[in-house]
Write a protein of this length. Structure first.
Lengths: 150, 80
């Protein structure tokens, strides 16, 4: 597994965990009857902060972890291929395309609930759900392209 | 219109160039070793610029490294 693939896998695991936490909290709020603007926007803040902080920390840890494992395996100075060549850039572009597509459809569906008479909180809840889902699907498509080739 | 497929002889050329490693070739042409592996497995078709850089690394014309195989819907013929 290349450095880029490891990074994408770590990002994928992070966002799946974040989505799991988000859905768990939303269902908890719905069950306890505390699905109100204060709690939903607090959750928004937590999810965005988690996405940023966890991604940065995970990238650094992947970098260090890869270096240590490689050094142990080869007993040489670790050589991490963190440069992005044309293939990496192309795969990244295709993944970003998937992310944008899913997040655009998600935004449209979220706004549709508002048009159909649902409260704004439903729209905001769905917006962040589709945002995280778009990131997950983008990562899956990147991994697929690395594995399958094109 | 039929479908095309780009074939290459990178593995063979590496062998005949003092058994050059994938890493050595990758360093010479400025890509990662993973990209060389993907090209050898024909999972990735390089850009024209990278194709020229690879041909230059082996000091051979482009056609000696890459060939285009054209698959027609009715019959398969090879362009060499």
């Amino acid at each position: 597994m290349s450095y880029q693939e490891k990074n994408i896998t770590v990002s994928l695991v992070n966002f799946v965990l974040i989505l799991g936490f988000y859905l768990f909290r939303v269902f908890q709020m719905l069950q306890s009857g505390s699905f109100n603007s204060t709690n939903v926007f607090w959750l928004w803040g937590i999810i965005i902060a988690l996405a940023v902080i966890v991604t940065i920390v995970a990238t650094i840890l992947t970098h260090i972890g890869s270096g240590i494992i490689q050094a142990i395996k080869t007993r040489e100075e670790p050589r991490i291929e963190d440069i992005q060549d044309e293939r990496d850039q192309f795969i990244d572009l295709r993944g970003t395309k998937v992310t944008y597509l899913v997040s655009s459809i998600g935004s449209f569906l979220s706004m549709l609930t508002f048009v159909l008479g649902q409260p704004p909180l439903v729209m905001f809840t769905l917006l962040i759900f589709f945002g995280v889902l778009a990131q997950i699907l983008g990562d899956i498509s990147r991994l697929y392209l690395y594995r399958k080739g094109f | 219109m039929g479908k095309g497929h780009i074939r290459n002889h990178i593995r063979k050329l590496r062998f005949f160039h003092n058994e050059m490693t994938q890493q050595q070739l990758a360093d010479q042409v400025g890509v990662t070793r993973q990209t060389i592996i993907a090209m050898e497995q024909e999972k990735y078709s390089p850009s024209l610029e990278l194709a020229f850089r690879i041909a230059r690394a082996f000091n051979v014309p482009l056609e000696e490294v890459f060939s285009y195989e054209f698959q027609d819907e009715t019959n398969i013929r090879k362009d060499s």
